[in-house]
Design a binder for this molecule. Structure first.
Ligand SMILES: [Zn+2]
Length: 76
């Protein structure tokens, strides 16, 4: 068996997992800054036919896909 210095063993078994955990924490915190698609959608309710629809575009008004009526966003 090869004799290993204690400080090298400590660096390897503590430092490497700690570095990996730190990188994963950084990755997930950066990823959570992007909102999921559902939160980016605007919801519209058609005043003409009552159809409820959602678009991922951030517009105050959009056309109803069913009848073409222009409607205001209920929730942005
Ligand atoms: Zn409509």
């Amino acid at each position: 068996m090869i004799p290993l210095p204690v400080d090298l063993v400590l660096v390897f078994f503590v430092g490497v997992p700690l570095a990996i955990t730190g990188l994963l924490a950084l990755f997930y915190s950066l990823r959570s800054m992007h909102k999921p698609a559902r939160e980016r959608e605007s919801i519209y309710e058609c005043a003409h036919c009552g159809h409820v629809y959602a678009f991922a575009r951030n517009r105050p008004m959009d056309r109803c896909p069913r009848c073409g009526e222009l409607n205001e966003a209920v929730r942005m």
